[in-house]
Ligand binder design. Structure first.
Ligand code: DSN
Length: 423
């Protein structure tokens, strides 16, 4: 046997210069562009530090006080802090912080309450719903009898008459209320009434709006929903992760579904960062942040309307704006690629009743969580709307795109983003 060597433990830059360089490049990209993808944000330095900690080393299947591995003296405390802080923040009776992200959190809900083939209902993807609410390409659309409800043709708001009619017809086990591309307030009370009428569990997926709920600028799903799922990295501004919150009576079902039903060991570095994010979100400044996210989105929507953009539902109540580009004669993909070259990052997105295909849809989806974390406000939203109008009018004009990218970079320099090294 070769003699044991001391473990060399150099820095990332020395050990793996390629990955180190790519991380630096991504930091630079995030620093100099306006990130409008509504599901993204800038996690703080403290959140990033916890995420990058040695807590990644520990296995801890089970829950605090009842694990399958020894050595949990510290991890139990970490998880208990994350759980108690999130319970206080949301006013939840029970919280499970172990889901790896939003999709596993939602799968745990199915596992807790449904058998394969059971009827379930959610907002269909083209109307602004999420894949895991039963869309046909997702396991949730394949393993369950999924019935999608939609939005009305005239207002593009959730069609509650249809939700009720379908619920009475199909008697879903789970009624999802939650969205990925819906710019209006979710009316949890209306969903509750329908769920009660048909004996469904009401499950709210608040991944996009969790930070707005905590900040008091969107109604809370508590105490109306039986179960609430969320990611932790969107408006909540934590690490990449997920949670399931529920009424105490469902705690055991949910915990058993997450572990051992669906997952193995929780990601303890993420759990620690979730605890940090909960502490940050409990600070009074987070309420201001949430209010500013919504104020900025409204100002951006108004700026876009003044340039003749068509907005789905005519505006926004929350952090996102869905633009239908049909009247601008430019597909969403072409627009978003041109905008990216101009330093404005968004994603192309289907709009309700879209005539185009999902991978080449008519719309783009934008949002204000990231740029509000940088401190941008109403005057900057006006500039942003002007830039977007210029780019969408001339997506092939490389000189224009370069000029806008330069102006964006200059603006960004005045608003350093949280979590990134000095910019
Ligand atoms: N992928 C997320 C989003 O962008 O909305 C949802 O999971």
């Amino acid at each position: 046997m070769a003699p044991p060597l001391p473990f060399r433990d150099p820095s990332l830059a020395e050990r793996d210069p390629e990955i180190a360089r790519l991380i630096r490049e991504e930091e630079q990209r995030e620093a100099v562009k306006l990130r409008l993808i509504p599901s993204e944000n800038y996690a703080s330095k403290a959140v990033c530090e916890a995420t990058g900690s040695i807590l990644t080393n520990k296995y801890s299947e089970g829950y605090a006080g009842k694990r399958y591995y020894e050595g949990q003296q510290i991890i139990d405390q970490v998880e208990e802090l994350a759980v108690s802080r999130m319970k206080a923040l949301f006013g939840a009776e029970h919280v499970n912080v172990q889901p790896y992200s939003g999709s596993p959190a939602n799968l745990a809900v199915y596992l807790a309450f449904c058998q394969a083939g059971d009827p379930i209902m959610g907002l269909s993807l083209p109307s602004g719903g999420h894949l895991t609410h039963g869309w046909n390409v997702s396991i949730t659309g394949k393993y369950f009898k999924s019935v999608g409800y939609g939005v009305t043709r005239d207002t593009h708001r959730i069609d509650f008459a249809e939700v009720r009619k379908l619920a009475l017809e199909h008697k879903p086990k789970i009624l999802w209320c939650g969205t990925s591309a819906y710019p209006r307030v979710l009316e949890f009370d209306k969903f509750r009434e329908i769920a009660d009428e048909v004996g469904a569990k009401l499950c709210a997926d608040i991944a996009h709006i969790a930070g707005l709920v905590v900040g008091g600028v969107h109604p809370s799903p508590f105490p109306l929903a039986d179960v609430v799922t969320t990611t932790t990295h969107k408006t909540l501004r934590g690490p990449r992760g997920g949670m399931v919150m529920c009424k105490a009576q469902y705690a055991k079902d949910i915990d058993r579904a997450v572990f051992p039903g669906l997952q193995g060991g929780p990601h303890n570095h993420t759990t620690a960062a979730i605890a940090v994010a909960a502490k940050e979100a409990a600070e009074p400044s987070f309420k201001t942040y949430a209010q500013n996210v919504v104020d900025n989105a409204k100002a951006l929507a108004e700026g876009l309307l003044s340039h003749g953009f068509t907005l789905v539902t005519g505006g926004t109540d929350n952090h996102l704006v869905l633009i239908d580009l049909t009247n601008k004669n430019i597909p969403g993909k072409v627009a978003s690629k041109a905008l990216d070259r101009a330093g404005i990052v968004c994603n192309y997105n289907a709009v309700p009743f879209d005539q185009r295909k999902p991978f080449d849809p008519s719309g783009i989806r934008i949002g204000t969580p990231s740029i509000t974390s940088r401190g941008l406000g109403i005057p900057e939203m006006k500039r942003l709307a002007n830039w977007m109008a210029e780019v969408v009018k001339a997506p092939d004009d490389e000189a224009l795109l370069t000029r806008v990218a330069g102006e964006v970079r200059e603006l960004c320099a005045g608003f350093p983003a949280p979590g990134l090294p000095v910019q």
